[in-house]
Design a binder for this molecule. Structure first.
Ligand SMILES: Nc1ncnc2c1ncn2[C@@H]1O[C@H](COP(=O)(O)OP(=O)(O)OP(=O)(O)O)[C@@H](O)[C@H]1O
Length: 600
């Protein structure tokens, strides 16, 4: 039933303002509904008392009283309307942090969000419903009984006619519910697909244009749009047909009451005033049902939105902020790690165990799909381990708060994503209180200060959506500065040199060496062997497992031997070989795999 969605604790909490105002709104609505009777009683008294007595003073005083009643009634209507607008806003405030939390964590813990960003629109649908006239119409519904009783007191025949009218309208309301509920769901689904397609078009405009995919996208868009409009039109058509028929039925009933009253007067069983008062009151009795039907679409959508919000909140449970710890200083230990993309059954890395100490840098190499990026993601806490653990100074990452993590971890993801804002803000990870010195220090550590000041506006240069306005290499160097901001203990760099020129490669090498000197741990994933020159350890991955784990000295000794050949480390033409480790990296030694045993 529409008024009884199943709620979880968080939604109940967000709806506490509704519970708090329920009694005051009921009280206001009671007075409001009593005042609504004033029009009918005014008619009754004018027709049955004032006209026969021909008393002008009585007429004037009655008019003043009814005017006062109307004014007060209008005031109460405004007050209860405003209260409900506040309830809507408070609901939104109550869940807005959780909406963002679910948006940022769902994909990382449960896989892709069902219906994309629909959660944002769902929160707004509930807010709009709470702030609209629907809930107030529901509050007024019980007053129908009072109106019917008064009509029955006027004359039981009139009461019976009104009761019949209410029964017809309630039946129409239930039929409406049955017919519109699946349509509301279809409207939401096609709406979500439409928004998803629009977002993807915006994101991939370049590829769509370059690959001549625009017309294919257009036909997909037309079909999604047509589906959306079809569902929406049917929903609106049913709702408006019902709303229109309700209005016509109410007018018919009002005239029928008038006719019945006239018949009763002719028959000598009622007074003239009862004809008018009864007709007005019967219309009033039906008004709340009519209001509920008029707002049905919004209420059905809000009920379904609450269901979806509950499902998402349950899928991504609220995370209590940990007590927090001192920043790590000693080591990184990976113990029996298995991990894979969230929401899938895939295990992309398995049985990974190694230990790195402060000042170490690990170069991770291996063929495409061998699990390097998966390891990077798990090391940063982006994906959760399926088995095993990652520990910094003995503690797992979830023991630090997100703010502390921002100081402990630096990450350059495989696909760089800079955000809309200035370069300074991007380097400072949008921390509102970031100091200038820390931003300059990070830019210097990434050796991109000169690159930044050459841009228009320097550190205040505004980057567009998805890093637009900067070349891929420039974005990668600023992403490195962002990772180095606030001197994190663990630096995870996923192919940080894929777009770098010679200067960029040199800057990266310098950044890794400096990070090691200040006692940080660096994990760098690279297809280009030049990075190995700056590493203390090299790990080769194959098929999600560690194939080899060795110190640089062991690596150099191994590849210097005549048997070595390792395609994953072969230099590409034009690459900077001056920084490559001694020996020929294109040679490798078979197996010698030596993942470190880590005791519990
Ligand atoms: N989001 C995902 N959904 C499903 N499978 C995934 C996802 N990400 C990675 N995989 C799979 O996990 C495996 C490891 O992928 P991963 O990206 O870790 O490899 P990689 O070594 O970093 O490759 P590359 O060098 O090409 O970046 C691959 O088989 C890949 O298909």
């Amino acid at each position: 039933m529409i008024l009884a969605p199943r709620l979880n604790t968080e939604l109940k909490q967000a709806l506490v303002p509704l519970r708090r105002v329920l009694l005051p709104v009921l009280a206001i609505s009671s007075v409001y509904n009593v005042l609504l009777l004033s029009g009918s009683f005014f008619m009754l008294l004018v027709y049955d008392d004032v006209l026969p007595s021909r008393s002008v003073p009585s007429l004037v005083s009655l008019l003043l009283m009814v005017a006062l009643a109307y004014a007060f009634q209008a005031l109460l209507d405004v007050v209860r309307g405003r209260v409900m607008v506040q309830v809507g806003s408070l609901f939104m405030r109550g869940i807005s942090d959780r909406v963002l939390d679910v948006l940022s964590r769902h994909e990382l813990t449960r896989g892709a969000m069902p219906n994309g960003t629909q959660i944002v629109r769902d929160a707004d649908t509930v807010r709009a419903c709470l702030s609209g006239p629907g809930p107030l119409a529901c509050v007024d519904l019980p007053w129908i009984a009072v109106y019917l009783l008064i009509l029955a007191i006027f004359h039981w025949n009139i009461g019976l006619l009104a009761l019949f009218g209410v029964a017809v309208l309630v039946t129409l309301m239930l039929v409406n519910n049955r017919m519109t509920e699946p349509l509301a769901l279809a409207t939401m689904r096609s709406g979500a697909r439409r928004v998803g397609l629009a977002e993807s078009t915006l994101r991939n405009a370049e590829t769509l244009k370059a690959l001549g995919m625009e017309s294919a996208r257009q036909s997909e868009w037309h079909s999604v749009e047509a589906e959306f409009l079809r569902a929406n039109d049917r929903f609106s058509a049913i709702s408006s047909t019902l709303s229109g028929s309700t209005k016509a039925f109410r007018m018919l009933l009002q005239s029928a009451t008038l006719a019945l009253g006239a018949f009763l007067v002719i028959d000598g069983r009622a007074t003239g005033g009862i004809i008018i008062a009864g007709s007005i009151l019967s219309a009033r009795a039906l008004a709340p049902v009519e209001q509920v039907i008029a707002n049905w679409k919004g209420m059905v959508s809000a009920r379904q939105a609450l269901d979806r919000l509950r499902n998402l909140f349950e899928a991504v449970p609220f995370r209590v902020a940990p007590m927090g710890l001192e920043g790590p200083r000693r080591d990184l230990v990976v113990q029996g790690l298995a991990a894979g993309p969230p929401g899938t059954q895939k295990v992309a890395v398995l049985d990974l165990s190694f230990r790195l100490s402060a000042g170490d840098a690990l170069a991770v190499v291996g063929r495409s799909g061998s699990g390097k990026t998966t390891l990077a993601r798990v090391l940063c806490g982006v994906w959760k381990p399926l088995r095993g653990a990652i520990r910094l100074d003995g503690a797992t990452l979830d023991q630090w708060s997100p703010d502390e993590i921002a100081r402990i971890l630096g990450y350059v993801p495989q696909s760089i994503e800079l955000f809309e804002g200035t370069i300074g803000q991007n380097i400072a990870r949008f921390q509102p209180d970031a100091d200038r010195e820390a931003i300059l220090a990070a830019a210097n550590a990434a050796d991109c200060h000169d690159l930044i000041v050459r841009l228009e506006g320097g550190y205040d240069h505004v980057i567009g959506a998805h890093g637009s306005g900067l070349s891929a290499g420039q974005q990668q160097r600023i992403a490195l500065a962002r990772a180095l901001f606030a001197d994190p203990f663990l630096l995870v760099l996923d192919e940080p040199n894929s777009n770098l020129d010679h200067d960029g490669e040199r800057a990266l090498g310098l950044a890794i060496r400096q990070a090691r000197q200040r006692g940080a741990i660096v994990v760098v994933i690279a297809h280009r062997p030049s990075v190995i020159a700056h590493a203390s350890h090299i790990m080769a991955m194959n098929n999600g497992r560690i194939e080899r784990f060795e110190t640089r000295q062991e690596f150099e000794a191994r590849i210097a031997s005549p048997a070595g050949s390792d395609s994953s480390l072969r230099s590409r033409p034009g690459e900077n070989r001056s920084e490559a480790p001694p020996g020929d990296p294109s040679k490798s030694v078979e197996s010698a795999a030596r993942p470190v045993e880590v005791s519990e």
